[in-house]
Design a protein around this ligand. Structure first.
Ligand SMILES: Cc1cc2nc3c(=O)[nH]c(=O)nc-3n(C[C@H](O)[C@H](O)[C@H](O)COP(=O)(O)OP(=O)(O)OC[C@H]3O[C@@H](n4cnc5c(N)ncnc54)[C@H](O)[C@@H]3O)c2cc1C
Length: 455
């Protein structure tokens, strides 16, 4: 590992080699072209090695030392991360547990700012290993995990009910948002306790950091949710109805007098408010529920498949890299896993692309193949999907849908051909595949105004 100790590039060297080169150029070196070429041709290497080569080349080009180079301990190397969501904070905690210094820059004033205290689930079916093993691997305590879910009710468009159950939990409840007790606030506390510095109100561009974990940028999927107090008994209900939740589903989670009702859509994004109202009405037809202290909000989901998860030398983790479960939009496990893999890549000098391809590459492609099937099924197919879920252990059923297979990989190829990347794509990702989506005139992410407007 290297760092510039003195000279014009010294103050900049901790940021990025490209910035150190700018510094060298600004300091009066006539010929830094050679140095730039070195930086470009070495783009596959860790940035510390690029810096070493760049500084050497800049010194040669300037025919005299612009700065000197000192060897520093790996543990002193500072790693910069943008985004304090599950991906960014998991990466920072994994780095700290492995003896590295990390700073997380968060654009908003709090963690979890785009969520409203809503109940979400950490899925525990897409891999054989229990999701708690992932938390152990990162070095995270699961104090944010609610009860494991082994039962749910699925409804089709005709409101026919299927009860599903499993022996092992297929998911765990957790809450999202800035408040105490959420996944986000727990990860923040654990990151700080392990020595990570988290800076709020600090927006960073990918080229300024080592890991960009800045979450979804444009709405490939859109959800509207209401979180509230209720007297409703506990329930986990999912509605598969292509008119009320086009391409997505409605959901009603209630636990201990606290509930989230949501509608996630992947088509007709502009109809989100109408779809949400229709889902809310449908759940009332199933069983009436009381509502108090409600908060509503909108949130995006990104689905994209880049060829590489590097933007220059910056690693992309979580939804910033399009890591999402294409089938149901369950992205927390992907975010935490890729945050961990980014940390391993930086600490052990392993290829990030090789690490994520091995761990989640096939799973992500298969979820795209499964989505093609899901959208092609229509209401009759979705009803059959729900009924089949009721005949088997539900965790095993979901695992089957997530398990990579040749057929799903082939379907993913078909999906990529059918759903072409739009010309006006706004993902800001390296070369990638994504699906054309309307993205204009949609609600902004975050809490919506309460009934009657803001006080
Ligand atoms: C309504 C809804 C319900 C969901 N329910 C579930 C569920 O039940 N289970 C599940 O697994 N998944 C669910 N998901 C998906 C899941 O929430 C996301 O996949 C997950 O939060 C992605 O984590 P992340 O760290 O990549 O991004 P985020 O959680 O979005 O975090 C990114 C952070 O980066 C910050 N940021 C953005 N730009 C910058 C910048 N330039 N500089 C610095 N900081 C920046 C943001 O403010 C944010 O705090 C749901 C999504 C939605 C929308």
């Amino acid at each position: 590992m290297v760092a510039c100790e003195e000279g014009p590039a010294a103050l900049l060297a901790e940021v990025k080699p490209s910035v150190a080169l700018e510094g060298a150029a600004a300091s009066g070196a006539d010929e830094v072209g050679e140095a730039r070429i070195h930086a470009v041709t070495l783009s596959g290497l860790p940035w510390s090695q690029k810096l070493l080569a760049a500084v050497r080349a800049a010194n040669t080009a300037a025919k005299g030392p612009l700065c000197t180079i000192a060897t520093v301990e790996p543990s002193a190397q500072l790693i910069r991360i943008a985004g304090a969501g599950p991906a960014g904070l998991s990466c920072a905690i994994a780095l700290a547990r492995r003896g590295r210094r990390a700073i997380v820059s968060e654009a908003r004033a709090t963690v979890g700012a785009r969520f409203t205290g809503d109940l979400q689930v950490l899925e525990d079916f897409s891999e054989e290993a229990d999701v708690r093993e992932l938390l152990d691997e990162i070095g995270i305590e699961g104090d944010f995990l609610g009860p494991g879910l082994t039962q749910a009710e699925l409804f089709d468009a005709k409101l026919r009910r299927t009860r599903v159950s499993s022996t092992r939990p297929f998911a765990h409840f957790l809450k999202r948002g800035p408040e105490e007790g959420t996944l986000d606030s727990s990860l923040l506390r654990q990151a700080r306790a392990s020595g990570v510095e988290v800076r709020f109100g600090e927006r960073r561009e990918p080229e300024e950091v080592d890991v960009a974990a800045t979450g979804p940028r444009v709405p490939d999927g859109l959800a509207r949710e209401m979180t509230f107090r209720t007297e409703s008994p506990d329930r986990v209900q999912v509605l598969f109805d292509s008119m009320r939740a086009p391409g997505g589903y409605g959901y009603f989670f209630a636990q201990g007098g606290y509930a989230t009702l949501g509608c996630a859509v992947v088509r007709d994004l502009k109809r989100i408010d109408r779809c949400f109202e229709m889902c809310a009405k449908r759940f009332r037809e199933i069983a009436d529920y009381s509502v108090s202290e409600e908060r509503t909000g909108y949130s995006y989901m990104n689905f994209a498949i880049p060829e590489t998860e590097r933007s220059g030398s910056t690693l992309l983790a979580g939804e910033a890299g399009g890591f999402q479960d294409y089938l149901f939009g369950l992205g927390i496990r992907y975010a935490m896993t890729t945050g961990l893999l980014a940390a391993i890549s930086l600490v052990e000098g392993k290829s990030y692309d090789a690490l994520w391809e091995e761990r989640v590459g096939a799973k992500r492609r298969s979820s795209l193949g499964a989505r093609l099937l899901y959208e092609g099924l229509g209401d009759a197919g979705l009803a059959a999907f729900a009924r089949r879920g009721g005949r088997r252990d539900f965790r095993n059923f979901l695992k089957g849908w997530s398990r990579p297979s040749f057929a799903k990989e082939a379907l993913a190829v078909a999906a990529r051909a059918l759903w072409r990347r739009p010309e006006n794509c706004r993902h800001a990702l390296p070369d990638h595949w994504c699906r054309g989506r309307e993205s204009r005139d949609l609600p902004a992410q975050g809490p919506a105004a309460p009934p009657g407007g803001w006080a």
